[in-house]
Design a binder for this molecule. Sequence first.
Ligand SMILES: *Cc1c(COP(=O)(O)O)cnc(C)c1O
Length: 420
Amino acid sequence: MPMSENFQGRLYPDLKEIAQHFGTPFHIYDEQGIKETGDRLLNAFKDFEGFREYFAVKALPNPAILSLMGSMGFGFDCSSIPELVLSRKAGARADDIIFSSNNTTLEEFEAALGNGGSIINLDDVTMIDKLPQMPERICFRFNPGADRSGNDIIGNPAESKYGVTTAQIEDAYKKSMELGAKRFGLHTMLVSNELSREYIIQTGEMLLTLSEKISKSLGIKFEFINIGGGIGIPYKPEDPHFDLESLAAGIKDLYTKFQEKNGYTPRLMMECGRFMTGPHGVLVTTAINKKEIYRKYIGVDTCMAALMRPALYNAYHHIDVLGKMDESQATEVVDVVGSLCENNDKFAIQRPLPIIEDGDLLVIHDTGAHGHAMGFNYNGRLRPQELMLRSDGSVELIRREETIDDHFATLDFESNVYKP
Ligand SMILES: *Cc1c(COP(=O)(O)O)cnc(C)c1O
C-alpha cells in the first residue's frame, strides 16, 4: 500500500475528530514519516563523505516542511525567487541552496547570487554571459540527448528543454574558468518518479565518466556531482518500493573504482522531492454528492485545484474511505470527482470503492509532493489548508485555506491606462 501503514496507524484513529476540528478539505503531512525517510536516506548514503540531499522545494514549499528538512541537515533545491526566499527564511545560506533554474532572468540570478548566495547551476552555455558575475563555484546541468532514455513525466532527454549538450559541456566549463570559476560541479536530472535503481546508477556512472573526461582535458577537479531527484514512490498498491539501499550500494561501487583510478571522489549530491515527502501526505475530503447517470459519480468537497496530478499526468492516487476499509465491504465502481467545470477534474476513474454515502471521509493518498504546490485557481476554486501531524500526535495548521480576499488581491491596483 502506498501511504505507509504507520502513517495510517497514526492518522486514521483520530481522523474523524481532526476533520471535525479543522473542517475538510485539507492536506495533512506526517512529520514522523518524513523524519524516518530522511534518516533512511542518510543511513543509506552514510559511507559517502560529504553526501547531501537538497530537498526540491517545489515539491512541498511550506516553511514547516523546510524547517524539518533543515533540521535533518538537508539543503534546498530552488529554481525561483520565492523558493529562494522561503529557503533563506528557513535558515539556508550559500552552501545550503542549489539554484537550478532554467530560462533564467537577470533578476533571478541576482537573487540567487545575493543574500548570502547559493550554488549556481546553469542550464545553458548562453547563461554564462548573462550572469551578473561568474561566481567562484559553478555547476552545469547536463543533457545527454539521445544517449539516454527518459520517462513519461519528464520526457525524453533529446526532446527536453533542459541542460547543456554533450558537444557543449566541455566548452561551458572552459569558458567559466576563463571568467574566474575555480570550483566545479556537474548536475543532471533525467527522470521523474523512477522506480528503477539501475537507471539512476547509470546516471551516476554517466556523470562520473563525464567528469573524468572534462577533468582530463581541462585540468580541473569536480567538487561534486548531483544525480538530481526523480526517485519514485509506489502510487499503486502493486508498485514496488524503491530500493534506496541498493542504489547507494551501486553508486558506492562506482565511487570505489573512481577513487582507485583518480585518487579522489567528488561529493555526491541529490535533490529528491517526491521521495522525501510524497507518501507522507494525504488529501482528506468529504463526500458531498452522489450522482447516478451513465456512470456513478462521488462528488467530494475539493477539486483538482488541490491536486492536479490525476488530470495532468493521468496519475493514480489510491483512495481509502474511512471506516469502510475491511475487505468484506461491498464495492461499486465510481468516478470520484471535484467541482470544477472540467471533465478531467477526477481523483479516480472507474475505481471499485466501498459504497460511499454523503458525509464519508475519503483519504486520497500520496499527496505530500507536487500536490498542494501545483494547485491553481481556475474557475474561482480556492486551495485548501495544510496540516502537520506532529511526532507527538498533535495536529498543527501550517497553511490556512485561501480566501476570496486572497483570490481578489491582484484586483487591488492603481489604475494604469496607456494609449499609444
Ligand atoms: C522537480 C525537480 C526535482 C525534484 O523532482 P522529484 O521527482 O520530486 O524528486 C529535482 N531537481 C530538479 C531540477 C527539478 O526540476
